[in-house]
Design a protein. Structure first.
Length: 142
């Protein structure tokens, strides 16, 4: 299962990143085929529920072609039984604006489910590491 989950996870993740990086509104159709109709997406605290909400946000991002480039790092795929998998991947994000170029580090996670022989995204989450360490939470605390 692990090699299959890795291949499926990579395909879905790259399809999603392609929509953001390339900025083509037409590429949302490719992403839709990999997203469950009841999927949720979380990006920096914003929760999107269902394909229509995800599509609308993807269309907004598609209008920023060339401003953002997502480069995925080494992907980790963890099988969660026969029909589910967790994908965790670090990402480097380059943001270009009138003020110059900014490099950001972040991470993305996806939960996948195999339905009718096809892998679908049930949930995705993307976050960016803060520039300055925040003192309000320390994951090393017990």
């Amino acid at each position: 299962m692990r090699p299959m989950a890795k291949a499926i996870g990579a395909m879905i993740f790259v399809a999603g990143l392609g929509a953001c990086s390339i900025g083509s509104r037409n590429s949302t159709a490719a992403v839709q085929s990999a997203v469950d109709p009841g999927a949720t997406s979380v990006m920096e605290g914003d929760i999107l529920r269902g394909w229509e909400a995800i599509r609308l946000e993807t269309d907004k991002v598609a209008g920023t072609a060339g401003e953002y480039h997502w480069a995925p790092g080494t992907m980790e795929v963890v099988p969660l039984g026969r029909d589910h998998a967790l994908v965790v991947v670090p990402v480097n994000i380059t943001h270009k604006s009138g003020l110059g170029r900014e490099e950001l580090a972040g991470a993305s996670t996806l939960v996948l489910e195999q339905k009718d022989g096809k892998w679908k995204v049930l949930h995705e989450h993307h976050s960016i590491q803060p520039e300055e360490p925040e003192n309000d939470h320390d994951s090393r605390r017990s």
